[in-house]
Ligand binder design. Structure first.
Ligand SMILES: C[S@@+](CC[C@H](N)C(=O)[O-])C[C@H]1O[C@@H](n2cnc3c(N)ncnc32)[C@H](O)[C@@H]1O
Length: 176
């Protein structure tokens, strides 16, 4: 989050978990895109405690009501797993980002290990219900790459102390 700067768009703002980690001195304004008004309400305390110049945008990442080439940084954490059509969302993210703009993301992903990915596949239907639409088997690097993002700068690992089926993470800062 401290790498976000300028006009920032956070996709799937949720209850504002990332808010305390932004550097308010580097951000002119933060737009929190969040389709769920009940999630927006959960961020009230964090918003009250924050100095960031903030506004909500009640919309889906699949149709972002923001001008083309107008955002310096897009942030997306644990939301590419929930958006029904992540490929459409990523093309929208690319559209609103300025040339050389930053795309900061982190996500759990389909594991590269066959045994783990088989288990993810078995668990996926029930996980989707329990996790409010969360997909366990999305190959995040593949989706990013198919959407034209350069994934060379991304990193990955199993987060220590988490079960492998949800612990395999991909993250990075991608320049448009
Ligand atoms: C697991 S939560 C993550 C919240 C937050 N980004 C975080 O890291 O704590 C997923 C969020 O994605 C939002 N979401 C679901 N569908 C979406 C869509 N089509 N466009 C944008 N956000 C969406 C949900 O409402 C929810 O707030």
């Amino acid at each position: 989050m401290p790498q976000a700067e300028g006009r920032v768009l956070e996709i799937g703002f949720g209850s504002g978990h990332n808010l305390p980690f932004y550097n308010d001195k580097k951000i002119t304004n933060l737009i929190g895109l969040e389709p769920s008004v009940s999630m927006q309400k959960l961020s009230k305390k964090r918003l009250n405690d924050s100095k960031v110049n903030f506004e909500f945008l009640t919309a889906s990442a699949e149709e972002i009501p923001i001008k083309t080439n107008s955002i310096d940084t897009v942030v997306c954490t644990y939301t590419l797993c929930s958006i029904p059509n992540p490929d459409i969302a990523l093309s929208e993210i690319s559209r609103v980002l300025k040339k050389d703009g930053k795309f900061l993301f982190t996500e759990h992903s389909k594991s590269p290990d066959v045994k783990v990915s088989k288990f993810q596949k078995r668990l996926a239907p029930i996980w989707k219900i329990l996790g409010d639409g969360c997909h366990l088997t999305r190959d995040i690097r593949g989706i990013l790459s198919d959407s034209g993002f350069n994934i060379d700068s991304t990193e990955d690992m199993y987060i220590p102390g988490t079960p492998k089926f949800i612990g395999y993470h991909v993250w990075g800062l991608i320049r448009k």
